[in-house]
Design a protein around this ligand. Structure first.
Ligand SMILES: *Cc1c(COP(=O)(O)O)cnc(C)c1O
Length: 393
């Protein structure tokens, strides 16, 4: 079915999907590593690109391509590239665009490993980087060097929930021929479409909202134009960070309910945020949907919803955070986000326990910070769970 001019929800269900000769209702799993040629000439034509078809799963596979085509339509890109993980997408996009002597500018509060792979591996290959608060546009302007090739944005960034104005940042970057990559994991194309705002490449950890069921790890890159797409696709094919057909099948299944899952999750998040904002044991709260959120207007402008990630500070700091963790019963103590289940995390005592206090504070991870990924359970149960756990502090 051609879904190019159809609505977003129709694209979620039907874009990219194909039906086999038996009339399968869903895209089948082609769990095969390789594809046989009909003849020597057929093989030669496929390799030469004179005929469309499949050769080998690292290069392309019908199930994986179905997902790639769906994601490309959802983000309004020329083409999609599915990868083994979000980090495979990050390292592939760095490798595709940056070479020795090049410089990149990135949101300072990006997903930790996105910064770590740059500073600990790409730096060894001679790639330079500047990490800055891209919410302040002058910081981007100031960081630009003659050799700057990439602007890498994450918005909203985690755990500070800071937003970068994508459109304005792209205008600055494009004046200097800088390619803009946006990690859209926290919003998904349902809430934010960076390519429409001027970005060149969108990146996803499919592990989060897009798959949505906490049962696979996956990543994707969606590229706006054909030439750049071919370059990034070639890098993926050579470096081998490709997705597996079974993984693609699960993501295709998960993404079909993206909009109804996010609708419910953000409706719940708004109620949880309002509950926390008025709770005496809460010191501060950051949720883009709250009027008190400093960038509430920007959120309304570039996003069509506020998502379901909340950061808040508990009074009593580090110890109070631990008490809260040890008393919640419904929310799972886990990293990640975007699944149907609510997850809670206290970075100071959990994910960042091994990081020096200085480095932790520099990343905006204060002792009292708690991150809550609101799920789609009955909202009264989520609130009741928090209420009884907060009462133990
Ligand atoms: C999880 C995450 C990643 C990395 O994705 P994986 O699938 O875990 O490799 C990248 N960016 C953001 C914003 C994430 O939340």
């Amino acid at each position: 079915m051609n879904t190019k001019n159809k609505g977003f929800d129709t694209k979620l269900i039907h874009a990219g999907d194909f039906h086999d000769e038996f009339g399968s209702a869903v895209t089948p799993i082609y769990q095969t590593s390789t594809f046989s040629f009909k003849s020597a000439e057929h093989g030669a034509n496929l390799f030469a690109g004179k005929e469309q078809g499949f050769i080998y799963t690292r290069i392309g596979n019908p199930t994986i391509n179905a997902l790639e085509n769906k994601l490309a339509e959802l983000e309004n890109g020329f083409g999609g590239i599915a990868l083994a993980s979000g980090m495979a997408a990050v390292s592939t996009v760095y490798a595709a665009i940056l070479k020795t002597g090049d410089h990149m500018i990135s949101t300072g509060a990006v997903y930790g490993p996105s910064r770590a792979v740059m500073e600990s591996i790409f730096a060894d290959f001679g790639v330079q980087s500047t990490y800055t608060n891209t919410a302040v546009l002058e910081n981007i302007e100031k960081a630009i060097r003659p050799n700057t090739k990439m602007l890498y944005l994450e918005t909203p960034a985690n755990p500070t929930i800071e937003l970068t104005d994508i459109k304005a940042a792209c205008e600055i970057a494009h004046k200097h021929n800088i390619i803009v990559v946006v990690d859209n994991t926290f919003s998904s194309p349902y809430l934010q479409k960076p390519l429409n705002l001027g970005a060149d490449i969108v990146l996803h950890s499919l592990t989060k909202f897009i798959n949505g069921h906490a049962d696979i790890v996956g990543g994707a890159l969606i590229v706006k134009d054909e030439q750049l797409y071919k370059k990034v696709r070639k890098t993926m094919t050579y470096m081998g960070g490709n997705m597996d057909p079974h993984q693609a099948y699960l993501v295709i299944r998960g993404v079909k309910t993206l909009s109804i899952r996010i609708d419910r999750a953000q409706e719940n998040a708004m109620k949880v945020a309002e509950f926390l904002e008025n709770h005496p044991k809460i010191e501060w709260i950051k949720y883009p949907g709250l009027k008190s959120f400093p960038q509430h207007e920007l959120a309304k402008q570039q996003m069509t919803g506020f998502g379901s990630m909340i950061s808040f500070g508990v009074k009593g700091g580090y110890k109070a955070g631990i008490v809260l963790m040890n008393n919640v019963k419904l929310a799972l103590l886990a990293v990640s986000l975007g699944g149907v289940e609510s997850l809670i995390q206290h970075p100071a005592s959990m994910t960042h326990a091994g990081v020096s206090k200085e480095a932790r504070l520099e990343a905006g991870i204060t002792d009292e910070l708690v991150r809550y990924a609101v799920g789609i359970e009955t909202v009264e149960d989520i609130i009741e769970d928090l209420e009884q756990a907060l009462a133990k502090i």
